[in-house]
Design a protein around this ligand. Structure first.
Ligand code: NDP
Length: 257
């Protein structure tokens, strides 16, 4: 059974592009009468555009608050939460989406800065943001309630050549997610992860060091997942009745082994 998301406040990290952007639109589509979206990313000008598009499509039914935020910086996360306007303070759903893969992940030649950056964003960003939002869930008068949804990856289950740092970062997030889900048993806080295979986003441009022809080659004549495909599953998980935890969903394009 599904629950109505009307009245909810949804926080999405990395909402300026790809899956995060699609997830913002999918939440708006699913509950366009009374929804609040907090959209964060570093490219705030893209967030401005998304805010305008949502206002054009949904009017005042969906209120959007945008914030420039680098999740790899823990102080920025703390300041972001401290500065949330009253109207948006009651976060109900956190989507930990911000993440990236570098194109230089072959040891022993991985630059130290790449290792630091990938972990700072994909692992510490997720853990620090979750830690910052859980007190909001726990402070609810009804004893604590909320959803944390991670963007995991097939990379955590089936690590691949050229992705040593990224795959290990997603494995760390998978373990954090599963342990946190167990930690929250007995509360009304749900912890879930959606693990996609290949999705057609700017992510792949990073992976192939900005070489669009290599990205195109990687799809060949196949049809990868779209960011909308993934967003639909995220909103599906968030809109299950409270007794249901969509703990871990693996989502492949039909060609992927
Ligand atoms: P995109 O590159 O399209 O989008 C990534 C988003 O993350 C952007 O909005 C970017 O915004 C944001 N971001 C990156 N680093 C930071 C940071 N330090 N602080 C804040 N925001 C950041 O990639 P996807 O949409 O594909 O990726 C989204 C998630 O899905 C990631 O966690 C990725 O690992 C995961 N995933 C992707 C797959 C794929 O094939 N595409 C497969 C499996 C999982 P900005 O640059 O403006 O800050």
């Amino acid at each position: 059974m599904s629950r109505n998301l009307s009245g909810k406040t949804v926080l999405i990290t990395g909402a300026s592009a790809g899956i995060g952007r699609s997830t913002a639109f999918e939440f708006a589509r699913s509950s366009s009468q009374n929804l609040k979206l907090i959209l964060t990313a570093r490219r705030v000008e893209r967030l401005e555009e998304i805010k305008k598009e949502i206002a054009n499509e949904y009017g005042t039914g969906v209120k959007v608050h945008i914030v420039k935020l680098d999740v790899s910086n823990p102080e920025e996360i703390d300041e972001f939460v401290r500065a949330l306007p009253e109207e948006f303070r009651g976060v109900d759903i956190l989507v930990n989406n911000a993440g990236f893969m570098s194109g230089v992940e072959q040891p022993p030649d991985v630059p130290r800065q790449v290792i630091q950056n990938v972990y700072a964003t994909n692992v510490f960003g997720v853990i620090n943001m979750t830690q910052a939002i859980l007190p909001i869930f726990k402070a609810r008068p009804d004893g604590g309630k909320g959803d944390v949804i991670m963007l995991g990856s097939i990379a955590s289950r089936d690590p691949y050549v050229g992705g040593t740092i990224y795959c290990s970062s997603k494995a760390a997030v998978a373990a954090f997610t599963d342990a946190l889900r167990k930690e929250m048993i007995g509360t009304r806080i749900r912890v879930m992860t959606v693990d996609p295979g290949q999705v057609q986003t700017e992510f792949n441009l990073n992976k192939f060091r900005g070489d669009q022809s290599k990205v195109d080659e990687s799809y060949a004549d196949r049809v990868p997942l779209t960011p909308d495909d993934v967003a639909e599953v995220i909103v599906f998980a968030a809109s299950r009745n409270e007794n249901v935890v969509v703990a871990d969903t693996l989502l492949f394009p039909s060609y992927q082994a």
